[in-house]
Design a protein. Structure first.
Length: 218
């Protein structure tokens, strides 16, 4: 079980590290900045999870394979960006797969440390979205995971399936597979059909777009 969770972590790390490196190259960061962003995107979610549950020092800081996987993803993207960019659609699918792997692995690890079901599901979601949030914050952008294509919702759904499976005494393999499949499917359909959660109609942005005339009608 521990080995299986560890493998999921490493695969998810590589996928998210690529997304961080792509964002760095798009913003014209140098090679050091690209490697930093690839490591942050690939590992911040897992580091945050381990700190919260008391699994210290975090696995990403004690196991050199996490650093190796992140650096490898950063170098591949930096030197062969054209090839990676041509795989934009597959990369989105890999990103969805990484989100699924991180969400279920994070929830399982939280349950293993004795967290209650609700907190374990939330921590699984945090594991999945933490790297993306850190990546966008470093780039001075509003985190995409909070505003695009049901990203956080898909992660929470996948983690919740793992937690429910634990409560029903299902094997981890079954619940993890079901949770990952549901998370991936929801994220894939959201990307394909541009599903998003509702946004407030009367937001500050809409006021700014309406201009002074809108204020006069009040």
């Amino acid at each position: 079980m521990e080995t299986f969770v560890h493998v999921l972590d490493l695969i998810g790390t590589f996928v998210f590290a690529i997304s961080g490196a792509v964002a760095a190259v798009n913003r014209r960061l140098d090679i050091f900045g690209t490697l930093v962003l690839s490591f942050v995107a690939g590992n911040f979610g897992g580091v945050a999870r381990d700190l919260v549950i008391g699994a210290v020092p975090p696995a990403a800081l004690t196991d050199g394979r996490y650093l190796l996987v992140s650096v490898l993803a950063g170098l591949i993207t930096f030197f062969w960006y054209a090839g990676v960019d041509r795989l934009r659609s597959p990369v989105l699918l890999f990103d969805a797969a990484g989100l699924s792997l991180f969400a279920v692995a994070g929830a399982q690890k939280a349950l293993g440390f004795g967290l209650n079901p609700v907190m374990a599901a939330l921590l699984g979601m945090l594991t999945g979205i933490g790297g993306g949030i850190a990546r966008d914050v470093l780039l001075a952008e509003i985190p995409q995971v909070l505003r695009s294509d049901l990203y956080a919702v898909a992660a929470l759904t996948g983690a919740a399936v793992v937690v429910i499976g634990k409560m029903l005494d299902l094997s981890y393999g079954v619940s993890a597979l079901a949770g990952a499949a549901l998370c991936f499917g929801l994220r894939f359909m959201a990307i394909r059909h541009h599903w998003n959660l509702p946004v407030a109609r009367h937001s500050p942005t809409s006021r700014a777009e309406n201009g002074p005339e809108d204020e006069k009608t009040r």
